[in-house]
Design a protein. Structure first.
Lengths: 240, 351
């Protein structure tokens, strides 16, 4: 039982609408795990449950062998929501410092981490600017930097690449791959862009609250005899 | 401390938002000054047209500060033409008074003055006919005041309520919108994805915005006393205490209600529902004549307790012993609202 994330028989409904139905999955240490599916499929609800911000109606989630929700667990999870969620009146550095203090980082550690994550997302020279003067892409990068500030073991990113230019998208993905390889972090990513699926170690295709299919990208393509992920998604959907 | 970090952040954001600071600190002073000027304006002598009246009566009227104009005709149109407040004529020893009555309070004053003048006039006529009556002890009325004195203006009675109201209103608005901004921008959700506890956030908001409320309270109270020269018979410290309690209630109520607003506009919509009715029940209008169920409503309005206590201290010179009940009720309101705030954050994170 040494999987960092284990999800067992999760179901959730909002009123009459079933948002998630009987989800089971395990995520291995050092994997990039992608949830792929159209908006409204239940991806955001699922990742929020892993963080512990939303509760399932039935089923259990264990993260790092602790039952979710657990306040101490949040120290080990870096979460980046769809909204940038930044304080516009503050500078980039003040935003990072603020979140560092919420994770109770020591002063020297805070300094090191800020320098590290700012360099990672390429914002070192923009840190003293107010966030209100940032471009959309810079805000996204700062948001990612905040998710990394406390050096979490698990990184959960909800649509990290939505609405940003291809170059930045590439650099974010390169960063995620590096974090996986060099720091052995477990990373969960949601996206509705099919070609991002190829970069994940394991992909789960989500639609209408159920997982249509899951597996390594190459394996999925072979299984459905498909040349692209769009095709895999369509085939898996029809097979339902 | 995580709470300290949030307090620091709130402080930084507020200081950079100059306009909001201006609203918080300057706007109450501006409105209070305007109210002061309006309520303390000199009373204008009512204008009265007179026809066929005795000179003695006219003299009496002038004595009691009525602007009398004598006419040779008896045409009611004169009221409209000459912009009079009333017209008086004597017909077979009867006094007929016609009032313009676009402002009932002016009419009342004029009516009373005419009655008094007529009474004094007939008394002096009686004396002329029968001088022996003059030996009788002259009636005189001495007026004593329980609170205030004959110089008391409406503003002196209103000002305690107004001071309390402005502290309540502006703190309610700014703290409510402050937390709302955090909700709509998603930062509250992000805040709750860190190991911070829900009560730590509520505490930080209370202290962070509370500090600004303290500064505002001090500015408003000091300005009222020194510049506007509002009487404070009781202790200034007690005035501060009540205003701070009011600010705390406003702060916790504002942040609580922001949970039920989806936008700044919806937050503003709470003002006519939550804030304005409190003004009606805070003692600006007399409550005694209201229906019982209406009086009962005033019991659930925090501002009515604050206003009651402030009137007690500032106008009647009450001490803490006289207003402890108001203090208790305000404190209970604050505790309930704070508790509900912690619960309301469950919307974002169950734990």
């Amino acid at each position: 039982m040494n999987h960092p994330i284990e999800i067992q028989q999760i179901s959730k409904r909002f009123g009459k609408k079933v948002v998630l139905h009987d989800i089971n999955l395990t995520i291995e240490q050092g994997q990039i795990y992608g949830f792929i599916g159209p908006s409204g499929a239940g991806k955001t609800t699922l990742v929020k449950m892993i963080v512990g911000m939303d509760e399932p109606d039935t089923g259990t989630i264990h993260v790092l062998n602790k039952k979710v929700p657990n306040l101490d667990l949040l120290q080990d999870i870096g979460y980046m929501a769809q909204a940038d969620a930044l304080y516009l009146e503050l500078t980039g550095e003040e935003n990072l410092k603020f979140f560092a203090s919420l994770f109770k980082l020591k002063k020297t550690e805070t300094k090191e981490r800020i320098a590290y994550v700012a360099d990672l997302v390429g914002l070192t020279n923009e840190l003293s600017k107010k966030v209100s003067a940032y471009s959309g892409g810079m805000k996204r990068r700062l948001s990612l930097a905040i998710a990394l500030i406390q050096n979490p073991k698990i990184l959960i990113l909800d649509e990290p690449t939505v609405g940003i230019d291809p170059e930045l998208r590439l650099s974010i993905w390169n960063e995620l791959l590096r974090l996986k390889k060099e720091e052995n972090k477990t990373i969960i990513v949601t996206t509705h862009v099919m070609d991002e699926a190829e970069r994940c170690d394991i992909v789960a295709m989500v639609r209408d609250g159920i997982i249509l299919t899951k597996g390594a990208p190459a394996e999925l393509k072979a299984r459905y005899n498909a040349s692209s992920f769009d095709e895999v998604f369509l085939q898996a959907g029809r097979g339902e | 401390m995580r709470t300290t970090a949030v307090i620091k952040r709130i402080f930084r954001q507020m200081i950079r938002d100059k306009r909001t600071l201006g609203l918080l600190f300057i706007a109450p002073l501006l409105i209070l000054s305007l109210m002061y000027l309006i309520f303390n304006g000199d009373t204008v002598e009512p204008k009265l047209g007179v026809f066929n009246a005795d000179k003695g009566l006219v003299h009496q009227l002038k004595e009691s500060e009525v602007n009398v104009k004598t006419y040779q005709s008896n045409d009611k149109q004169l009221i409209k033409e000459d912009d009079l407040d009333g017209f008086l004529q004597i017909k077979d020893n009867d006094i007929i008074l016609t009032l313009e009555n676009s402002d009932p309070s002016v009419s009342k004053t004029l009516e009373v003055k005419v009655k008094q003048a007529a009474a004094a006039f007939s008394q002096s006529k009686l004396l002329n006919k029968n001088p022996s009556l003059a030996q009788m002890p002259k009636e005189s009325i001495q007026t004593h005041y329980v609170y205030g004195n004959d110089k008391t203006a409406s503003f002196d009675v209103l000002s305690p309520v107004l001071v309390g109201f402005f502290v309540f209103f502006f703190v309610f608005l700014i703290s409510g919108i402050g937390l709302l901004k955090e909700r709509t921008s998603g930062t509250l959700e992000r805040l709750l994805s860190t190991p911070i506890r829900r009560w730590e956030i509520v505490a930080a908001y209370l202290v962070g915005f509370g500090l600004f409320a303290v500064i505002q309270t001090i500015i408003v109270v000091v300005y009222s006393i020194t510049i506007l020269d509002i009487n404070v018979v009781g202790s200034v410290w007690n005035v501060m205490l009540i205003n701070l309690l009011l600010a705390l209630v406003a702060l916790s109520l504002g942040t609580l209600l922001s949970a039920f607003a989806a936008s700044e506009f919806q937050m503003i919509q709470f003002i006519p529902i939550v804030v304005v009715p409190q003004v009606f029940f805070s003692g600006i209008f007399p409550l005694e004549g209201m229906a019982n169920w209406l009086q009962a409503i005033s019991k659930i309005m925090p501002l009515s307790y604050g206003a009651d206590a402030l009137k007690g201290i500032m106008y009647k010179g009450f001490g803490l012993g006289d207003i402890w009940k108001d203090i208790m009720v305000l404190a209970i309101f604050a505790v309930i609202f704070i508790f509900l705030n912690v619960i309301a954050l469950k919307k974002y994170r169950k734990l």
